[in-house]
Structure formats: structure tokens, C-alpha cells
Design a protein around this ligand. Structure first.
Ligand code: F6R
Length: 612
């Protein structure tokens, strides 16, 4: 939540900062701002609204300079407004900073600074940092003052700071919020995430918590809060710029939905070959998994869509690998005292690797001796680095706020994990294992076929776009799919209320709401509970609800139960959550498009939830 950028190098700095900022806008988009440093001091422009609004404001300004910082905001303290937008400055306007995170002790710091005569302009927690640095800089050099101020902060931050007293440096620091350094030729970047710098460089240094940087146009010095130097070499990022651009699609979400065959193929790549009856993971993952005994417990931690992947993971690990699994929302796990110990393996599932609750859950479990395995998309992210082993999904950057390809590639990683453990624990007959492995290899091809439902889905979307409530129902492996389908719709189409339930739960309450024309999306692909789902469909139809049914191709009888039908490729039941995810995502997308919603940047949301 919130994106920050710092830049030092060549003019035009404004264009560089705005371009990078537009690639970070998925992190927050209620306000944006920029500060540029040149021989005439610091000039700050900021306003409520999106990066395009800031760009329009800047159009008539001539802002030269070779150093600057910028920010896109997701409000925590203080409503979205011009004043509360970042950058924030000190009393004299001689230093400016941008911040991602929350300063928990800001009220007490602010009271002290007010008593020392500092004047505040905004309601934000961030502004205290500017004044705190200003206060310390009365006695110390800027770098020392910055570090001294950081030592007084409680909470989370990624920061970038510029000051007129030191025009040849950008200062930065991280604690609990992501921050990377992009290493260019004669130019250097500081950013919340890699896509912000991809147009300029693929050489990146990942910073750790409690690290501070001093960046010039020719290099960067990394140090501890106490100023002790740290050496770290840049890594080469494999993502390219094209993967962070829309490439002709109307929205990132649609592009990412269509990227799923490739994303899943990347997750499988080098890990499963149809010819060899085995799953291969990297050395650390293999070591961790080989130490896991069948009576050991796995606790899956995740939030949102990743939690839905975790729910499917629980079903498959228990059914095929015979390992007891608990799946918990990370935001609950961290506060409810669930016992974990060295006999527990915690499996954290996260696209960004930065979700605050998941990270806190991982840290808590680690402190109690649990081993941490993560399924993660972003290399070098906090959770990836704090895990004992990582299964990277390699899905490429996911920019749209609504998670699509990250979800199906997380499921794919869970299939790999399940098959690996099923084999190493001898839990599955080899012939059955081989059948499942072959089914898994075919997933990219089946997703491609599922994408061809888009034309039919556009028509269905038109029919139901004006509905204001939806239910999504499924059983067993597709109960999580129902939750995920509902989440997709409500997050990108905020005028619609959608809920996902286990179909068998309808009669315990939710069915009372069904009335004429209420759309209910049913997941009725082939499974041992198919007939039970049909009974649930009939229960809804008896109350005049409208049933949009997603069923397996070749099902000749389903039409008579469906008001609208989406036929998807046949597959083993455990793989069906991947296949049905595609029409669920497309349905949400096209309904949201017809409702003229801001699909890639829905109100009140941000992609990477780095605050509690
Ligand atoms: C929904 C969505 C969120 C994320 C959740 C976890 O489409 O994107 O629910 O799934 O915030 O994020 P990660 O996977 O980055 O931990």
C-alpha cells in the first residue's frame, strides 16, 4: 500500500518519476505527489487523485533537476486530500520525504515536536518524520540525522528523502515495507517494487529491514541504522518491461487472465516432466520436504485470494498426501494463539511476499520453531527471504489489483507439492500418481480452452450486469472456487454484493434471501458430489433464482438445470478449481466492464497490503 520512488541521475527527472509511479499505482491511487530538487531548492507538487491528475497538474510547470522523489498513496492516517498527499516537508521546506507504512508512535512524536516549535500542515503520521529529521539535523549531518530519526520510529516504513543541504544524494530506509534499489548507468533508483524501474534497469538490490541507504548517481551505500556499512551485490531480474505493460489489452486484469496458460506453464517448468515420474524442487525445498514426516502438521497461512488457494491446498494435501492440514487467515492466526512447534511446517501463500498479516504470521510461527515454506511470486520479497524454502510461482508481475494468474499458479504449486509429498510418503498408488501427474501437465492446454468461453461469458454478463446481488456456490474443491468467484466480482465491481458459500450451507440460512431473478453461479463440474450440487441448483430454481452453471464439457443433461451454461474442459476434480477460475474471472471482468467500473484500480483497495 502506497508506492514510493526516489531517483538521482539525468534530467528529465519528472518524466522518470511519473513513469515509474504509474507502474506502482496498483499500490495506492487516492493521491500522488512529486518533489524535485534543483539549484533553486525543493519544489513539491501533490494532489488528491491519480497519477494522471498529477501529470496534468505538472504539464504547465517547468521543473528541471536531476534528483527527485514521488509517491502514490493509499490513505491510512488522514483523508485523501492535497494536503495529506506526499511528499511531506519540514518547517522550512528544505527537506522532503515520501513514506509507505504506518508510524505507530506518531502522536507522541508529534506532541514533542510541537512543543519544540515545529509547525505541521497535514493529518498524516508521515509528516512527523520530516520534522524529526529537521530537528536532529540542527546538530548532525543529514545522514546521521536521518538515521537518528529512524531509531525513534515505531511501526513500518519504506522511505525516500531529499534535502537541499545534500543535493547529490537520495536517502532511503526500510522496516516492514518493501524497498529496492535499481542500479542504472549514471543513474540510480529507489522504489517499492521492481516494475517501477524495469524500463531503465534490471539490476536490483533488495533491501532488508533496518537498512538505510545513501544513493548518489554513481552508486549506493547500504548501512545499518547505526551506520555500519553493509555490502550487497545487485541481482538480475528476469521480468521484462513487456510483462509490466498492458500490450493492447483494455486492462491489466484481462491481460493477466489471458496469461494464465503461460503462467501455469512457468510454475511447472523444470519441476514436472510428463516423461519422468517425479517432481523436482530446488535443494532447500527438497531438504525441507524430505524432513517432513507424515504425522507432522502443515499450517497454511494466507490472505484473500491466496487464502482460497490455501483452502484448495488443504483438501488436496489431506486427500492425496494424507497429511493433516489447517488453513488459517493470517490476520486471525497471528492473534489467536494456535499452537505451532518444531513439528509444524507453516506454508505461507502470497503473491507479493509482502502482505503484512502473512509476514507477521510467518515471523510468529518462526519464533515458535516452525519451519517455513512459502509459495510466492515475487523474488526477493520479505516472506521469500524469511522462509526456510520457497516455491516460486514464476507467474510474472501481477499488476491488476484483482489476483488472477497468481491464484492459478499458486494452485499449480500446491499440486506439485501434493504430488511430491504423496510420492515421498508412499500415500498414493504409482499408477494413480502417474495419472495425476499427466493431468497436471495438461493444465496449460486446458486453461487455454477455458479461455475460449469468453464469448459466451460476454453474453451472460450482459444478461446479469444490472443485478445487485450474486451468490456463488460449490462443494468440496469448488467451495473455495465459489468464494474466489464472489471475491473477484465484489472487488472489481463495488456496486454489486456477492457472496460465496459451500452449496450445502444454503439451506442453513442464505437461501432465505433468494427471490425471483437473483443470480446464483453454480460450480457443477464432474465430481463425486455432482448430484448433490444438482439438488442445490433445483432448490434455488424452486425459489425462482437464476442459475448460471459452470459444468464439464460433454454433460448432456445439465442444460435442463441451467438458466445460463458455461461448459469448461473436463478434468480431474482436484484440478477443476484452476479451470473454473477462468470463467469466474472473465464473468467478473465483463460484468464490471459493463458497469463501467475502474477494473484495475477498484476503490478502497490496493494490491500489496503492507499495513495491518
Ligand atoms: C484479491 C487479492 C487479494 C490478495 C491478498 C493477498 O484479488 O488480490 O485478496 O490475494 O491481499 O495478497 P498476497 O498474495 O500478495 O499476499
Amino acid at each position: 500500500m502506497c508506492g514510493i520512488i526516489g531517483y538521482i541521475g539525468k534530467p528529465p527527472v519528472v518524466e522518470t518519476l511519473l513513469d515509474g509511479l504509474s507502474r506502482l499505482e496498483y499500490r495506492g491511487y487516492d493521491s500522488a505527489g512529486i518533489a524535485v530538487l534543483n539549484g533553486n531548492g525543493i519544489r513539491v507538487y501533490k494532489r488528491a487523485g491519480k497519477v494522471k491528475d498529477l501529470r496534468a497538474t505538472l504539464q504547465h510547470q517547468s521543473l528541471d533537476g536531476h534528483v527527485g522523489i514521488s509517491h502514490c498513496r493509499w490513505a491510512t492516517h488522514g483523508v485523501p486530500s492535497d494536503i495529506n498527499a506526499h511528499p511531506h516537508v519540514d518547517c522550512r521546506g528544505q527537506l522532503a520525504l515520501v513514506h509507505n507504512g504506518i508510524i505507530e508512535n506518531y502522536a507522541e512524536l508529534k506532541a514533542k515536536l510541537l512543543s519544540q516549535g515545529h509547525r505541521f500542515q497535514s493529518q498524516t503520521d508521515t509528516e512527523v518524520i520530516a520534522h524529526l529529521v529537521e530537528e536532529h539535523a540542527k546538530r548532525l549531518s543529514l545522514g546521521e540525522a536521518f538515521r537518528k530519526a529512524l531509531q525513534e520510529l515505531r511501526g513500518s516504513y519504506a522511505l525516500a528523502l531529499v534535502a537541499t543541504s545534500d543535493p547529490n544524494h537520495v536517502y532511503g530506509a526500510r522496516c516492514g515495507s518493501p524497498l529496492i534499489v535499481g542500479v542504472g548507468k549514471g543513474e540510480m533508483f529507489l522504489a517499492s517494487d521492481v516494475p517501477a524501474v524495469l524500463a531503465k534497469t534490471r539490476r536490483v538490490i533488495y533491501l532488508n529491514d533496518q537498512e538505510v541507504i545513501e544513493m548518489s548517481s554513481s552508486g549506493v551505500q547500504i548501512m545499518t541504522l547505526e551506520g555500519k556499512p553493509i555490502k550487497r551485490k545487485p541481482s538480475q531480474v528476469t521480468w521484462n518491461l513487456a510483462s509490466a505493460q498492458k500490450e493492447g489489452y483494455d486492462h491489466f486484469m484481462l491481460k493477466e487472465i489471458h496469461e494464465q496458460p503461460n503462467a501455469v506453464e512457468q510454475t511447472l517448468f523444470n519441476r514436472l516432466a510428463s516423461t519422468a515420474p517425479q517432481i523436482t524442487f530446488d535443494r532447500r525445498t527438497t531438504t525441507l520436504l524430505n524432513r517432513l514426516s507424515p504425522d507432522e502438521r502443515i499450517v497454511i497461512l494466507a490472505c484473500g485470494t491466496a487464502y482460497h488457494a490455501g483452502m484448495v491446498g488443504e483438501y488436496m494435501l489431506e486427500e492425496f498426501a494424507k497429511i493433516p492440514v489447517d488453513v488459517d487467515l493470517a490476520s486471525e492466526f497471528r492473534y489467536r494463539g494456535i499452537p505451532v512447534d518444531p513439528n509444524t511446517t507453516v506454508l505461507a501463500i502470497t503473491q507479493s511476499g509482502e502482505t503484512a498479516d502473512t509476514l507477521a504470521g510467518v515471523r510468529l510461527a518462526k519464533s515458535q520453531g516452525a519451519k517455513i515454506l512459502s509459495i510466492c511470486n515475487v523474488m526477493g520479497s520479505s516472506i521469500a527471504r524469511e522462509s526456510d524454502a520457497v516455491i516460486y510461482t514464476h507467474a510474472g508481475p501481477e499488476i491488476a489489483v484483482a489476483s488472477t494468474k497468481a491464484y492459478t499458479s499458486q494452485l499449480t504449486a500446491l499440486y506439485l507439492l501434493t504430488l511430491y509429498l504423496a510420492k515421498s510418503h508412499g500415500a498414493l498408488d504409482p499408477k494413480r500418481w502417474q495419472e495425476l501427474a499427466e493431468g497436471l501437465c495438461r493444465l496449460p492446454e486446458l486453461i487455454e480452452k477455458a479461455l475460449s468461453t469468453e464469448r459466451a461469458i460476454k453474453l451472460i454478463a450482459r444478461r446479469y450486469a444490472s443485478a445487485r446481488d450474486f451468490y456463488y456456490l460449490g462443494r468440496r474443491y469448488n467451495f473455495p472456487s465459489a468464494m474466489e468467484g464472489a471475491l473477484k466480482l465484489k472487488e472489481i465491481c463495488p456496486t454489486i454484493h456477492a457472496e460465496g458459500y459451500a452449496a450445502g450451507e444454503m439451506k442453513h440460512g442464505p437461501i432465505s434471501l433468494i427471490r425471483k431473478g437473483w443470480p446464483v453461479v453454480f460450480l457443477a463440474t464432474d465430481s463425486p458430489v455432482y448430484e448433490k450440487v444438482i439438488s442445490n441448483i433445483e432448490e434455488v430454481r424452486a425459489r425462482k433464482g437464476e442459475c448460471i452453471v459452470i459444468a464439464s464439457e460433454g454433460n448432456k443433461t445439465i442444460r435442463r438445470h441451467a438458466d445460463a451454461l458455461i461448459a469448461v474442459p473436463k478434468t480431474e476434480e482436484l484440478f477443476s478449481p484452476v479451470i473454473v477460475a477462468v470463467p469466474l474471472q472473465l464473468l467478473a471482468y465483463h460484468i464490471a466492464k459493463l458497469n463501467k467500473c475502474d477494473i484495475d484500480q477498484p476503490p478502497n483497495l490496493a494490491k500489496s497490503v503492507t499495513v495491518e
